[in-house]
Design a binder for this molecule. Structure first.
Ligand code: ADP
Length: 456
């Protein structure tokens, strides 16, 4: 369907409506005037017919006598006529021009030769025909018709002009807003539609929604730019290490131990790079909605136990004691592989960011509607200022310390995404010098029925 402007539509509808109103009004007015005119004519003819019959004396030896003044008869025959016949069809009296020669057979109202005519008969058998010309009335009606058509067309033209003016005035803010919106290009997402308070009420919501969308777009662009910069920055260090080690090793011939050492450093750098790339790919898949999130009934205790077993060696090497309180029946709906990733990330953080000889308490409880999984450590804690950014991509509280422990700053961002995809929540409480507690809440699976389908 071709797109029409609002102004054209408004004008079209307005014109149509105005035409309908004018047509109805004009037709009503014309038919009222017409019927008033005809009623006047008919009343005068009826009056004349009655007067003539009333004035006709009964037959005597002298015949019929019409007892009407000459003035009256003259007035009546001006532009009209009359005729009287007895019951045998003999003409008793005729006057004016145009009266028929014979008594009329069909009684009632008739239209003949531009005349209106009334034919009647009384109980004496006398026929009377009275008629008059309606030329003047027809001309009057024609004048009225043309006056109405002319006035109607004039009013329509004026109405359309006025409507066009009003439509232009009312739509001016819309045009201004769309011009401004066009100017806000992808390169200038900092700009916003202004003069909100001077706009009509109906447009304010639209402007707010547009500004909100641009704001979110700007934030997304910024985030994307920050992520690209952070990722490049993160990759630069291991790439430099790789390059420096290779250059150093190649500068002169080295002993097998030295080559081994260089290769080991290169391997660590490559592992870090692959960790960053893996993490970025996972998040990119999540963002693109391409992550395959299964949905099945999951018993959480075995997942937690398996994760802890996997990290036990690391905990022992750092002297961290892991204590578990697990509700064996805690069950949720979701993807066991992704949930295991959350558990491993949080337990691993609790071990890596703990103090030597510290303790890690892992709890899994089942409540009325939720299952809660918490990890409490006895590490240095997280400063309050860092808490709001803790789940941002590549954010690390102590960059140097985290990198030293193999951290890349993507683990918590991945955890948060997975938990959101399971309709859960993750919170952190921390006290500097005492430790941190990460609490994950997931909807409880009561039915516990094993079925598999896709969430995303
Ligand atoms: P990574 O551990 O790979 O650096 P994460 O996203 O898992 O990335 O964590 C982000 C940052 O949050 C870490 O670098 C660390 O500074 C801080 N952090 C996470 N868990 C803890 C914790 N249990 N105690 C103290 N700091 C933590």
């Amino acid at each position: 369907m071709p797109s029409r402007s609002i102004r054209t539509s408004l004008l079209g509808w307005f014109g149509l409506l105005l035409t309908a109103v004018l047509l109805t009004f004009g037709t009503l007015l014309y038919s009222q005037a017409r019927s008033a005119l005809w009623s006047g004519i008919d009343a005068s003819l009826e009056g004349a017919s009655l007067a003539i019959l009333g004035a006709l004396d009964t037959e005597d030896e002298d015949g019929w006598e019409l007892d009407l003044s000459d003035d009256y008869l003259q007035g009546m025959t001006q532009g009209g006529y009359f005729g009287l016949w007895d019951d045998e069809g003999r003409v008793l009296r005729r006057g004016g021009t145009g009266a028929p020669d014979l008594p009329a057979t069909e009684l009632g109202w008739h239209q003949r030769n531009g005349h209106r005519e009334l034919r009647s008969r009384d109980d004496r058998g006398v026929h009377v025909v009275v008629g008059r010309s309606v030329d003047a009335e027809l001309a009057e009606l024609a004048t009225l018709r043309w006056t109405l058509i002319g006035t109607g067309l004039g009013v329509l033209a004026l109405g359309i002009l006025g409507g066009a003016f009003l439509a232009r005035r009312c739509l001016a803010p819309v045009e201004r807003v769309s011009r401004d919106a066009e100017e806000i290009s992808a390169r200038d997402l900092t700009a916003r539609l202004g003069h909100r308070d001077r706009l009509p009420k109906e447009l304010r919501g639209l402007v707010d929604a547009f500004n909100g969308t641009i704001g979110r777009l700007e934030e997304a662009f910024d985030q994307q730019a920050r992520l690209t910069a952070d990722a490049s920055h993160e990759l630069r260090t291991p790439v430099s290490v790789l390059r420096a080690q290779a250059e150093l090793a190649l500068r002169k011939s080295r002993s097998p131990e030295e080559y081994r050492e260089a290769l080991e450093t290169c391997l660590r750098a490559a592992e870090r790079m692959s960790g960053i790339v893996e993490g970025l790919l996972t998040l990119a898949r999540f963002d693109a909605g391409k992550a395959d999130v299964r949905r099945e009934s999951v018993l959480l205790a075995p997942i937690v136990t398996a994760s802890i077993d996997l990290l036990r060696g690391e905990a022992e090497s750092l002297g961290v004691a892991v204590v578990c309180h697990l509700d064996e029946g805690a069950r949720t709906q979701g993807d066991p592989r992704l949930l295991a990733e959350v558990v491993t990330n949080l337990v691993s953080n609790g071990i890596r960011y703990n103090r030597v000889g510290g303790r890690l308490t892992v709890r899994l409880t089942s409540e009325t509607d939720d299952v809660t999984f918490s990890v409490s450590d006895t590490g240095p804690g997280i400063p309050e200022a860092s808490l709001p950014r803790l789940f941002d991509r590549f954010y690390r509280v102590d960059r140097a310390r985290s990198s030293q422990r193999g951290g890349i700053g993507l683990g918590l961002a991945i955890c948060q995404w997975i938990i959101n995809a399971h309709a859960g929540s993750i919170e952190v409480e921390s006290e500097t010098g005492v430790g941190s507690t990460f609490v994950v809440r997931l909807p409880k699976d009561r039915a516990g029925l094993a079925h598999t389908d896709s969430l995303a």
